[in-house]
Design a protein. Structure first.
Lengths: 162, 162
DNA sequence: GATATTGATTAATACCATGAACAAATCCAC
DNA sequence: GTGGATTTGTTCATGGTATTAATCAATATC
């Protein structure tokens, strides 16, 4: 690093502190931006955030159980019961009893639920594509690469917490 | 791009779709990681997330008002009243009447509040420094640069939504 | 067949957040 | 300076998010 730029680009410990603060700020802004987007989505599709998240779990899978939904959303089963209550009231999911196992309730999307899920998925894809399209091909690779490294580093630190 | 790697690195529209999905996934993982960290912090410092966020608003400033806190936290004033109620019960803030303007309540951190704020700030700095320290100097610059570009691109797209 | 386990629901509790209605203080215009 | 508008903060009703403990029915295990 060029020593003549010391006034603007700190060195040594000062540099690390500076970069740490910068990283903290940038991550905070990104997260904040994503949260705003989720609120926007929730309003645009007129669904509580939790129901939206639940809606997007049914990728190819025809049926899910309360337990599997709870695991994927990382919430308690009782929370899922509440969420499904709302979604059923909106006609997005239907519950049927498993003929093989009477304890299990099979949750599936209604046609309306599938339509909504597809619309939301398309919207999310659109958003992220628009972000990417602001960059040239090479820069896209760089950014994705950097993000991947960062994500891994963050998970490592998170594991260290536990 | 080398055509012989087409099986693993898609081209053209397929490449864009692939990168879009990748970006979406990575951003999602990062946000999720941050949210987990906030839950961890909340437990570690035995404070609700909203109170933690509020605690960190008092940087140098001696006094804040309910209104200014509401603006910074981007929540309704009535929410701030509730948050401060909790913080006061924990002995983190004190409210005094403004001698100049009887409508205004001046909110300030108690010594205990300042201690807590400092501890939380130190913890956050530590976390982000640990993330950075997993990279070499050059890579740190790259990642921060990429993150900055990405942040800006995300804000641009967000503005386009509105 | 008695007991343990599993899957789902219910109820109690707590946190996050908003909007409407309100009271008190201040501002401002005349 | 009095009267109306604005500003500041609180209270209240409501709704979304999420957990834990208790419970119940069905299944699995022995």
């Amino acid at each position: 690093m060029n020593k003549s730029t010391a006034e603007f680009a700190p060195e040594g410990v000062a540099l690390l502190d500076y970069q740490t603060q910068r990283l903290q700020g940038l991550i905070g802004e990104m997260v904040h931006c994503c949260q705003d987007r989720m609120i926007f989505q929730s309003q645009k599709f007129d669904l509580p955030q939790a129901e939206l998240r639940c809606l997007m779990l049914f990728g190819d899978e025809r049926y899910l159980t309360v337990k599997s939904i709870a695991q994927r959303l990382e919430v308690a089963k009782s929370r899922v019961t509440k969420i499904l209550e709302g979604m059923e009231a909106r006609g997005l999911v239907s519950r049927t009893d498993d003929p093989q196992d009477g304890r299990i309730r099979l949750i599936s999307l209604t046609p309306e639920g599938r339509r909504r899920a597809q619309a939301v998925g398309e919207f999310m894809r659109e958003i992220h594509q628009r972000i990417l399209l602001q960059f040239e091909g090479d820069q896209r690779l760089e950014i994705i690469g950097a993000l991947e490294s960062l994500r891994t580093a963050m998970e490592v630190v998170k594991q260290g917490l536990k």
